[in-house]
Design a protein around this ligand. Structure first.
Ligand code: SF4
Ligand code: SF4
Length: 408
């Protein structure tokens, strides 16, 4: 499409990048067919094409309004539109730029500012979140009446898994512990360590590595998100130099962010090369395990009926779309058919808190689709989806890797 970026943005890095992305869009509207918010709300401004148009107007000098901000806020950043777009429009990169521009010009009400600040102060910090979760678990029995939904949001404690015997392991990979996962779902990385150990792979963590930065980035706090990226690179670098084969992501949402470090820090002279190397080494757990001889898993599933929810962050990576399902199939699990698997479950980082109504509708639809085949369990590959679905599901929701460890 034709663009005319405003004079004060035209020569900035963001202005040039936004212009490049906008020019690729032909306004064809194919993307609207797979956009969850457009399907739900039916408003062009809640579609990718509509949001692109809103951002174009702002980039061309129009003053954004609270309505512009609302329609951008309602985007899940699920990137399903990118998967559908025949012109390769990099919508998510444009959205990061557009949201920041709009947020700089449209002040949010005090309550919204406080909520967003609070999320950024707690969720990315392992100890702070762990403390809050511990308090929440203590208070859980008292959360009744109108506070019942909050009670359901507090994940129960997971059983501790045995550490694998590391003495015979010849291959070494880093794994990201992240921010929320160590206290909310510690079984995920414990199970990953157990399962990969059977294939001779030792998972190691860099204690200084923490939040991937995605939450801050989606809340328009770019400097903070970039700082998380740099801190992770610093923490991993000695291990990379020592020969770590890969950086394994057990939460696909974090994996999508770390895979972009090379792009995010491309203009940083000190970090650009290291960031590109980190992104190149980043692999989803399903990619790592899927490359091994899966016959060695045996028939541990014994035909148990499982419903799998592929997170958007895996669906957007074509090579990984069916990897988890394939691994579980090899391990003898029977996967039920799930309708509309491309639609987001509504978790989307802090979206489930900031856009609760849309998020809850998407979750309701997703749980209905997942439950249709009457599975014994639901599994997914991202902590956000796992906790969001589990908080309203009558069927237990787990990370898929737990199934392989439990049965081992
Ligand atoms: S983003 Fe892609 S699919 Fe959507 S209107 Fe633009 S070119 Fe068409
Ligand atoms: S990222 Fe998802 S919610 Fe946002 S415009 Fe694209 S398809 Fe719609």
């Amino acid at each position: 499409m034709q663009t005319s970026i405003s004079e004060h943005l035209r020569d900035t890095a963001d202005g040039k990048e936004a212009n490049r992305i906008l020019r690729a869009c032909t306004h064809c509207g194919f993307c609207t067919a797979t956009c969850p918010t457009y399907q739900l709300l039916g408003d062009e401004r809640d579609s990718p094409r509509g949001r692109i148009y809103l951002m174009k107007q702002v980039l061309e000098g129009a003053t954004p309004s609270a309505s512009t901000q609302l329609h951008l806020d309602r985007c899940l950043t699920c990137r399903m539109c990118e998967t559908t777009c025949p012109s390769g429009v990099e919508y998510a990169k444009l959205l990061d730029i557009g949201r920041e521009l709009v947020d700089a010009q449209v002040p949010r009400p005090a309550g919204a500012r406080l909520t967003r600040w609070g999320l950024r102060q707690v969720l990315p910090y392992r100890r702070r979140f762990g403390l809050l979760l511990a308090l929440g678990r203590l208070a859980r029995p008292l959360l009744r009446g109108p506070l019942t939904p909050l009670r359901h949001r507090i994940p129960p404690r997971q059983p501790t898994l045995a550490e694998p015997d590391r003495t015979q392991l010849t291959r070494r990979m880093l794994v990201l512990d992240g921010c929320v996962q160590p206290s909310a779902t510690p079984a995920t990385n414990a199970a990953a360590a157990q399962v990969l150990a059977r294939f001779g792979i030792e998972l190691i963590t860099a204690p200084q590595a923490g939040c991937c930065g995605a939450l801050s980035r989606h809340l328009s706090a770019r400097a903070e998100a970039d700082a998380f990226a740099r801190a992770n690179i610093d923490a991993w670098w000695p291990h990379i130099e020592a020969g770590a084969e890969a950086i394994v992501m057990t939460a696909s949402g974090c994996g999508a962010e770390v895979a972009e470090y090379g792009y995010i820090l491309r203009h940083d002279p000190e970090y650009a090369d290291k960031a590109a190397r980190v992104s190149a080494l980043t692999r989803d757990l399903s990619d790592v395990l899927g490359a091994e001889d899966l016959r060695r898993l045996g028939n541990i599933g014994r035909g148990r009926k499982i419903a799998y929810h592929p997170p958007c962050t895996l669906q957007n990576a074509p090579a990984l779309q069916d990897r988890v399902a394939s691994i579980l199939g090899h391990a003898g699990f029977q996967l039920t058919a799930v309708a509309d698997r491309h639609l987001c479950c509504g978790s989307a980082g802090s979206y489930s808190i900031l856009q609760a109504d849309i998020s809850n509708q998407l979750r309701r639809d997703k749980l209905a689709a997942l439950g249709a085949g009457q599975p014994e369990l639901i599994v997914t590959a991202n902590i956000g989806c796992q906790l969001h679905l589990d908080s309203a599901s009558t069927v237990p929701v787990h990370h898929w890797i737990e199934l392989l460890a439990d049965a081992g």
